[in-house]
Design a protein around this ligand. Structure first.
Ligand code: AMP
Ligand code: ZN
Length: 755
């Protein structure tokens, strides 16, 4: 017969393990920490009063037992191996080829993709559903017996549910980690107690697992991710994907996201997806693991001494990598709109295949918020081609000579005053520090570089150095001066210093002039972007070019004027609504504004309403996404300003008449198959940039959107195509096209590729 205490103990253990699971496995707690602690305390006091009812699988055991004198060793059978690595899509494809060659021809290959958790590997053994052993990986052959420590980790089930899938002997393998917030809190506490802090979460995890006192381990925020079942287990399922699902059902924390697919190309884009979701995971990842899904094929493939053949860790060079270095100084750069941006000058470090000596610090507020000081040891990170960034300082490494940073009060380029304009909520740049001198050489250089950039007029050869030299030599005041450069003068341009001259040369000069000439004929959207009109990015530029035939049409746009007017009328109509005043009898007429106090006749209201409806009617049926009243107003203002008028005059005088690609459509470049169709481009194309592909589609009379929708006709897929887009296209039954097919569509006479 069971006593009341026994019943309650059983009930409490069930409840606690249920809530553990909601918290650690599902990440959806149902009760507060406080309520959880109450259940826990009740169980502990019941067990204290009835020691005969205490068991090793009770959650109370998680507080940790007596300290150990040392760890015993555990032999791993078979050994815990490392993983083979692929650092490029090509290497993955080679892995895929090798598998296909080794496996029988009729093997239906599918892959799973999951994060590679950057923690400390461990194995957990269960007998008849009860946790009996936990071991670190050690050297792969033998590790430490850390069972006492593992028991304190709440994410590790002490007892598995009765389930027909659970074999009598079960060993799972996974990674222990410390979640980011827990790690930060631990370091803060250690620092406050005057103790040594841990350099990384991984380091803290390894250090904690090696603790001989489980009570210390119990206080550390350790967690686990289980990613596989040991090869010796008699496991009833033959799919890794389904195994992960089962493990989760049994109460194990498995990777937060994992996918299954049938080709390596899909696996590749899922791996990219995995990377994209990485910030939202509580642990760091150092790659994605791609595994063959079918478990019986794992045995067939076997392993080398170092790694199994069924899996590969994908760690491409372009994925983010972090490192630490010293921040030597903070310099200030001036952007094309005069915005001042602080730049980190670093002690050079080697990171992601390059030596890094500069990194972005975002803005002055960010420096202050993160308390980054000159002289600090900082964490920097870098992903492929992206500019490296300073993530945070490591205050524990300070020696006392570090200095806080302050924005200079004069522009480092022209010496003019620096101002911080508060205000316009629509323009984040407005709150930045800026130099307001339009003649500022740094601004001239930045505007010129922007003008020639890829997405703008793509003027090859007009990089930072050339632009800077052109401005310094007074050859260029504003970007349009490029079209009136004297070639022989340009050829003599000195890119170096007076002491160490580096002359541009006639060949380069000719090339630059040719690139400028090509730019003359580029379509309107590229020009609109190049002119650096406030608030006009590539997306807005494209929209503007879709609804206007020329630069002058944009400058005098009745559409843009209507967008502004609509907003004004909408407000006026609201204010004039006669019913509004009846509704609010409490309002004191003395407080009301002039406009409100004027007696409103229904006539005035009707008149406004009529105008409002008329504007709406004129704008009806137009796609004006990305063109709000603020942007529209800013564009019109720009073309009315001195600078804007000068640009229009100058273009006319230079014979530059950029045309919208839609009107170019009439000029016989219409191609069957593209005209009138809506495209989405995803991934990296080999033969042209995405921008180029998009403008060629537009030039041929097609349209391009950023996201796949019911209106999309064709999805063009390059390498590393986005998963969401692929899935969406599949769901909507939208046909896909490879780059080769697309090239053929652009130019039907083109010969197919050989080889
Ligand atoms: P490495 O030691 O860098 O060769 O990587 C191999 C180790 O990655 C394995 O021993 C595992 O401990 C670890 N690992 C992390 N996440 C996974 C995962 N999802 N699947 C397999 N191994 C993983
Ligand atoms: Zn300046």
């Amino acid at each position: 017969m069971t006593s009341r205490a026994e019943q309650r103990i059983a009930q409490l253990r069930d409840l606690i393990s249920h809530h553990n699971r909601r918290y650690y496995v599902d990440a959806e707690p149902e009760i507060t920490d406080r309520e959880y602690d109450d259940l826990f305390d009740e169980l502990r006091s019941l067990e204290e009063r009835h020691p005969e009812l205490a068991t090793p699988d009770s959650p109370t055991q998680r507080v940790g037992g007596e300290p150990l004198r040392g760890f015993t060793h555990v032999t791993h059978r078979p050994p815990m191996l490392s993983l083979d690595k692929a650092d490029s899509p090509d290497a993955l494809q080679r892995f895929d080829l090798r598998l296909r060659k080794t496996l029988p021809d009729d093997e239906k290959i599918s892959y799973t993709v999951e994060p590679k958790v950057d923690g400390v590997s461990m194995a957990l053994r269960y007998e008849h559903g009860l946790l009996v052993l936990a071991a670190t990986r050690g050297n792969g052959l033998t590790g430490d017996n850390i069972t006492a420590n593992a028991r304190t980790i709440r994410g590790i089930p002490l007892q598995l549910p009765a389930d027909k899938l659970v074999p009598d002997f079960l060993e799972v393998r996974g990674e222990a980690y410390m979640d980011r917030t827990g790690f930060d809190a631990l370091n803060q506490k250690l620092a406050a107690d005057g103790k040594k802090t841990f350099p990384s979460a991984r380091n803290a995890t390894a250090g904690t697992l090696k603790q001989l006192d489980p009570r210390i381990v119990a206080k550390r925020p350790l967690r686990v991710v289980i990613y596989a079942i040991s090869p010796l287990v008699k496991w009833p399922q033959d799919s890794h994907y389904e195994t992960l699902q089962t493990l989760k059902r049994l109460g194990f924390s498995v990777p937060h996201n994992f996918w299954r697919c049938t080709t390596m190309t899909e696996a590749l884009s899922l791996a990219e997806e995995c990377k994209q979701q990485a910030d939202r995971l509580p642990y760091d990842i150092d790659g994605a693991v791609i595994k063959l899904d079918r478990l019986t094929a794992w045995d067939r493939l076997g392993a080398t001494a170092h790694h199994p053949q069924y899996a590969i860790a994908y760690k491409p060079r372009h994925w983010l990598q972090q490192s630490q270095t010293r921040l030597r100084a903070i310099t200030v750069q001036v952007g094309r709109t005069g915005t001042l941006t602080p730049v980190a000058e670093l002690e050079p470090v080697f990171l992601a295949d390059a030596t890094i000596s500069r990194a972005t610090l975002h803005n002055a507020d960010d420096i202050q918020r993160k308390d980054i000081r000159i002289g600090d040891t900082v964490v920097i990170e870098r992903a492929g081609m992206v500019i490296p960034a300073v993530v945070k300082p490591l205050p524990e490494k300070r020696i006392g000579t570090e200095k806080p940073f302050a924005m200079p009060d004069s522009c480092p380029s022209c010496g003019g005053p620096v101002r911080r304009r508060s205000g316009n909520a629509h323009d984040r740049e407005e709150t930045a520090w800026r130099c307001e001198n339009l003649q500022c050489p740094a601004q001239k250089t930045r505007r010129l570089v922007h003008f020639g950039s890829r997405a703008a007029l793509d003027i090859e050869g007009l990089g930072d150095i050339v632009a800077d030299a052109l401005v310094r030599a007074d050859l260029i005041e504003e970007p349009l001066d490029l079209f009136e450069l004297d070639t022989s003068r340009l050829a003599r341009l000195n890119l170096g210093t007076t002491d160490k001259p580096r002359i541009f040369g006639p060949k380069n000069a000719d090339r630059l002039m040719a690139a400028c000439n090509r730019a003359r004929r580029l379509p309107l959207d590229r020009w609109l972007y190049a002119l650096a009109i406030p608030g006009v990015g590539t997306v807005t530029a494209r929209r503007l070019a879709e609804i206007h035939p020329s630069l002058n049409a944009v400058a005098q746009s009745y559409l843009l004027a209507d967008i502004v007017k609509r907003q004004q009328l909408e407000e006026a109509v609201k204010a004039a609504n006669p019913r509004r005043h009846h509704k609010d009898p409490k309002s004191n007429p003395a407080d009301a504004s002039e406009a409100d106090r004027q007696p409103r006749t229904n006539d005035a209201y009707e008149e406004l309403k009529k105008q409002y409806d008329a504007v709406n009617q004129r704008l009806a049926g137009r796609d004006l996404t990305d063109l709000g009243p603020v942007a529209a107003g800013a564009i019109l203002d720009f073309f009315q300003s001195d600078a804007g008028c000068r640009i229009l005059d100058r273009c006319a005088q230079l014979g530059i008449k950029p045309q919208a690609s839609t009107s170019a459509r009439d000029e016989a470049i219409t191609r069957e198959g593209i005209a009138g169709k809506s495209f989405v481009v995803t991934g990296t194309l080999e033969n042209m940039s995405r921008t180029e592909a998009e403008s060629r589609i537009r030039a041929a009379g097609g349209s391009v959107t950023a996201a796949v929708s019911g209106k999309t006709d064709i999805l063009i897929t390059g390498a590393n195509a986005g998963t969401t887009k692929l899935q969406q296209a599949q769901k909507l039954g939208i046909p896909r096209m490879t780059e080769t097919e697309f090239l053929a569509l652009l130019d039907p006479n083109r010969k197919p590729f050989s080889g």
